[in-house]
Design a protein. Sequence first.
Lengths: 248, 248
Amino acid sequence: MLSRAQIKYIHSLRLKKYRQQYCRFTAEGAKVVDELLKGHHIRIDSLFATEEWLEGNMSLERLNPKMSIKLVSEQELKQISNLDTPQAVFAIGELPSVHQLPKLSGRISLALETIQDPGNLGTIIRIADWFGIENVICSPDCADAFSPKTVQSTMGSIARIRITEVSLDEVLEKMKDISTYAATLNGNDIREFSKIKEGIILIGNEGHGLSEKIMQMATHRITIPRLGKAESLNAAVATGVICGRLML
Amino acid sequence: MLSRAQIKYIHSLRLKKYRQQYCRFTAEGAKVVDELLKGHHIRIDSLFATEEWLEGNMSLERLNPKMSIKLVSEQELKQISNLDTPQAVFAIGELPSVHQLPKLSGRISLALETIQDPGNLGTIIRIADWFGIENVICSPDCADAFSPKTVQSTMGSIARIRITEVSLDEVLEKMKDISTYAATLNGNDIREFSKIKEGIILIGNEGHGLSEKIMQMATHRITIPRLGKAESLNAAVATGVICGRLML
């Protein structure tokens, strides 16, 4: 049985305020939890799982002895789940540190300004993972990368991508030696650029794009040519198209 | 005042069954409704709008005299809206015919098999519109292109894209002269293909990809090379990356 206090604690992690206070976040479902257990930079400290899931996974080395593992019924999972259809396993993990800027030279990184939709943010983290981008830098007003909705949208990629939450102008100020590619509707045709080995790809808000300040600091402005009439592309789709052109 | 019968009728259009029975669908918000009013192949027959919206738009030629235009309060919009935050205008449009296969030679089209998420489908229709693709063919088990969620996700692109709902194997059988490009995890590297002028790009289900039957019928199998570790890309993102490589 889950106590009322436990349920209350787990529910509180739906809010960023409490995720930060307790330094914990949640993840659900066999796929996402499995990726987190396999990953290295995020520590899972509690699992709530059905008997069936535990039978299939208990022997795994990655279930380390320090982890609290609790057998729960489907009914109990329903009480703590954030999904319409609760999954067989629910995990609580330690929030990794997000304030220290990683090494950005010699590699390609993504920097996101004010991406507000958690689903978009999760999809972008998944794109980073597909293209082998290790670092996703989020401006402080982006959706939270560790909100339940974002974590689920990453389909487990959150386990492999290093998230940094810092002001983008600080990053660009510090990283003046690295080329930056700002996605915009009126820059240079992306076909003019050849494959890059190093750089920061800058993606702006779903409705307004990148701020003027960030645009001014960028070394390149890139545009996916519009052959039809849509006013814009979804931010995650634009990220995919840009990675598909600059990284392949 | 909206009558109870009117509200009931409008709510019924949330379900495909009633959209088909009445041959109507709904759309909301200044942006989407504006695109529908500007478009040619979808006829809007009723508008429900606030005084403010009407003041700004009543003079538009595109509000034709046959349209029923009703001034409503925000409270009334709330009663009929499908959104958390109702917008200033709500439209009812005629469902266009979706069963006749358009001309596919000499152009690039998208064909979708079992895309089940309405948001993904809407985003793909928006991608088509960005890249100037006129036709999106949906297998009958795709999400409905005219569901409220899909229409909103197209951001108005539904006004310009011709949707066809037919079985994909029939399409491929009939269109044997046209090259088809099946998106898969184990095909030929997309970098081996040059820009195309004609073809059908085939995108499969979010979880399972394209069926074996469709794969067998395709003339080319294309893969976006994976540089990192994500198991897959979101279907809409993959569509964007493929269009960005084959069409630019």
